[in-house]
Design a protein around this ligand. Structure first.
Ligand code: GLC
Length: 748
């Protein structure tokens, strides 16, 4: 099988011989772009490719802008941005407006759940609404480019940026990533509330070895094409205005220098005509990655690969000018990059409206924004356990113990990547529960630990005492925000600090425990959940995490989240994910666990199957799993035709009945398995989902349409993606395990 490496090597060879990228067919603003380009000096062209941080050497920034050396500025907004914009528009020779960028990853001022939490909602409409709110708030202070959505598929909870991801599945990431693009960009980029989205990090950043940030991604062509690229193709097809390079290499080729990714694939094969920005310093880092020896070479590789803008490497400017004059870079290559930058500025209407109006009433934290944040936080919570229906709390509860370092942590509940957030606006679980309980239910609050990493046990007795005085315990644990995000990888994904000890000691009080986990990743909480009657996984839920959790705990809302990523029992199981390949010796229920192995057992006595001796082969919780306060019964799966023709489609449906006593939302999931192929195929793959609200006792018929293109996979032999005829299994169910099964055959 030809690995992606040889494909990439081919593109390395072509880098030196690069011919300028032929401009795509005439597009919007082509006349304006060409007219302006024709007036620009080489130095001014290169200035448009320079993206500087507004906090960097602020005293010289204005001069650089005035001299035409800066095209975009990140990390400043409001009047500061307007001041820089005035210099660009009114004092530089050509008056080309600046593009202001910012990481608006899950909200600007109103903070939504981290993207991993949003993914648990499986609710595209709500995610789009949340991204729209983020765009309205950010654009109101001049931000018109955000470096989001992050659509790196990852199977590794050790990776700090799993918090920013939409989970382990390419199909789910594709659909939710497109929802974010639509929300951020709106219907028309010239609308002042629209901000250009940025599909990042292209590519394979989520597949780095060891879950360690910035590390090497050494993956097959199949993994690249079947799991890594689809969300980016979906974003490109959805009109995502920009892409960002990733820090990692892919099989020896740093993404930021990959002509294969940014020219051959993105522009030539996908016909995408947007603007590419490097990641922070990533052009300069090509030298650090031992891919080249000089910054001149870094500049040559970056611009020839098709990376239009250099974020903070200070390589394109000032080095490209001499490189063009020395004939080492064609000016036509620079011209194409400048076209992509200018086109985006015209698309955003920056030439007509370069400034933000800071005199208008603030749109931050508007009631409808907070309401959207609460809805998304509510639907992002996953009910993992609910023994004896301890949840929702009923009227016979007269006192609750609210315990744990995350119960009243306004900074921590916001999660990573929320530079503009203001924790004073966070509504914590303690605040929301206090509001909810009023004088009806007594709250006994005891923090137990000062923060998630706290090893001190001095406050644990007071927490135990609070539990003893209460009918039920609400125990809020998890991770401080700083423990996930960029460069925050963990080799141990258990609860930090003495939180497990806190749970153990509180459990001795003998009261039912509702464990609420607020974290930036899956945590190995198996032992802790055994001591608790109920478990709500809330991720970092944002500004309105508290009211969302209070409504769920007291039953005003019914949990509907489903896991967007597999939860391992132990970190040693990683990578463990639902759509794994079928192996030659699968484990079954006859495995012998380490604790049960007889002393002096014979070498062959444990059989020969694939599992871990300590924990078996199953995860703690599977992808797609999530409970409800009601129950849903799946019946009567049917297929419209047992044969699917290459030019046709078939429908598959089943009945879903709410067999409980309260309304509930259920994410009905469609999985397909290619029973055999010219390459081994996964045990099943998510190919559809629908979130439906069903009243008690009612039945919904949920139907999906299957077409051959949904069944395709990458063929290394010819580098193409297509389906193969043959038998397919199909399931409709409530998670990636089990479900109603049927089958069909794909025929010519
Ligand atoms: C960071 C991140 C990237 C972010 C950029 C600007 O290093 O990798 O996702 O958008 O720099 O902050």
């Amino acid at each position: 099988m030809m690995k992606i490496r040889s494909l990439i090597c081919l593109s390395i060879l072509s880098v030196g011989l690069v011919s300028c990228q032929q401009q795509k067919p005439k597009d919007a603003y082509a006349d304006e772009v060409e007219a302006l380009l024709s007036k620009m000096s080489l130095a001014e062209k290169i200035g448009q490719l320079n993206l500087l941080d507004g906090s960097w050497q602020a005293e010289r920034l204005e001069n650089d802008i005035r001299d035409g050396h800066v095209g975009s500025v990140l990390n400043c907004s409001g009047e500061t941005a307007n001041q820089l914009q005035r210099v660009a528009v009114e004092e530089s020779r050509l008056g080309i407006p600046l593009l202001f960028g910012r990481d608006v990853i899950h909200g600007f001022k109103t903070i939504f759940p981290i993207p991993l939490g949003q993914a648990a909602s499986f609710n595209e409409e709500l995610i789009e609404q949340g991204s729209r709110v983020a765009a309205i708030e950010a654009s109101s202070v001049g931000v018109r480019h955000t470096y989001a959505p992050m659509i790196d598929v990852t199977r590794d909870p050790r990776w700090g940026r799993v918090a920013e991801s939409l989970g382990e599945d390419a199909y789910l990431t594709s659909r939710l990533g497109v929802a974010m693009v639509k929300g951020l960009q709106g219907d028309d980029l010239t609308d002042p509330s629209a901000i250009a989205a940025c599909a990042k990090h292209f590519a394979a950043y989520g597949m780095t070895e060891g879950g360690r940030d910035y590390n090497v991604a050494d993956i097959s062509a199949e993994t690249l094409h079947d799991y890594v690229l689809p969300p980016f193709k979906a974003a490109a097809d959805a009109g995502c205005a920009t892409f960002m390079t990733s820090f990692n290499e892919i099989n020896g080729m740093p993404a930021s220098a990959s002509k294969y990714l940014f020219t051959d694939l993105l522009r030539d094969e996908w016909n995408w005509t947007g603007m590419v920005v490097s990641d922070y310093y990533s052009i300069e880092q090509l030298k650090v990655q031992a891919f080249c020896e000089t910054l001149d070479e870094s500049a040559i590789y970056g611009i020839n690969a098709g990376v239009d803008m250099d974020m903070m490497s200070h390589v394109y400017w000032p080095l490209l000018e001499d490189l063009v004059k020395a004939g080492k870079v064609k000016e036509s290559v620079v011209d194409n990059a400048v076209r992509n930058v200018l086109r985006l500025k015209y698309q955003l209407g920056l030439f007509e409206n370069p400034y933000c109006d800071t005199t208008r009433d603030s749109v931050f934290y508007a009631p409808e924004h907070l309401e959207t944040a609460k809805k998304l936080a509510t639907e992002s919570v996953v009910l993992l356990k609910n023994e004896d229906q301890v949840l929702p709390l009923t009227d016979n509860i007269q006192s609750v113990a609210v315990i744990g370092p995350m119960a009243n942590a306004p900074v921590e509940q916001l999660g990573t990547w929320c530079f503009d957030a203001e924790p004073e606006h966070s509504v914590t679980p303690l605040a929301a529960l206090t509001e909810e309980c009023g004088d009806r239910v007594k709250i006994n609050y005891a923090k137990g630990l000062a923060y998630s990493r706290d090893e001190s046990e001095t406050e644990i007795p007071a927490a135990v005492a609070a539990a003893r005085r209460s009918d039920v315990v609400l125990l809020f644990v998890g991770e401080e925000a700083i423990l996930s995000g960029e460069a925050k990888c963990r080799a141990d994904i258990s609860l930090p600090g003495a939180q497990s000890k806190l749970i153990d000691e509180v459990a001795k009080a003998g009261k039912p425990i509702v464990l609420v986990v607020m974290a930036g990743r899956p945590l190995t909480i198996g032992a802790e959940t055994e001591k608790c009657a109920a478990v709500l996984y809330a991720f970092h839920g944002g500004t309105m995490a508290g009211p969302a959790l209070s409504d769920l705990i007291f039953g005003k809302e019914n949990p509907s989240g489903k896991l967007p990523i597999t939860f391992p029992k132990m970190v040693g199981q990683v990578p463990i994910y639902y759509n794994q390949k079928l192996i030659g010796r699968p484990a079954g229920d006859d495995i012998v666990l380490l604790k049960d192995i007889p002393v002096e057992a014979k070498q062959t006595s444990l059989g020969f199957s694939s599992y871990w001796l300590e924990v078996g082969y199953k995860p703690l919780y599977p992808f797609g799993y999530g409970l409800s306060y009601t129950s849903f019964d799946y019946k009567k799966i049917q297929v419209s035709n047992p044969e699917l023709k290459m030019d046709g489609s078939i429908d598959v449906w089943c009945e879903v009945k709410n067999t409980g006593t309260r309304p509930g939302k259920e994410t009905v999931q469609l999985y397909v398995q290619d029973v055999a192929g010219s390459a081994t195929r996964p045990c099943r793959e998510l190919k559809g989902f629908k979130k439906v609200e069903i009243a008690p006792g009612e039945t919904e018929v949920v139907s999906f349409t299957i077409t051959p293109d949904m069944l395709g996979f990458y063929h290394a032999v010819d580098g193409k993606t297509y389906p193969e005829t043959g038998r397919f299994n199909v399931w409709i169910g409530s998670s990636s395990e089990g479900g109603l099964k049927s089958e069909f055959e794909l025929v010519k």
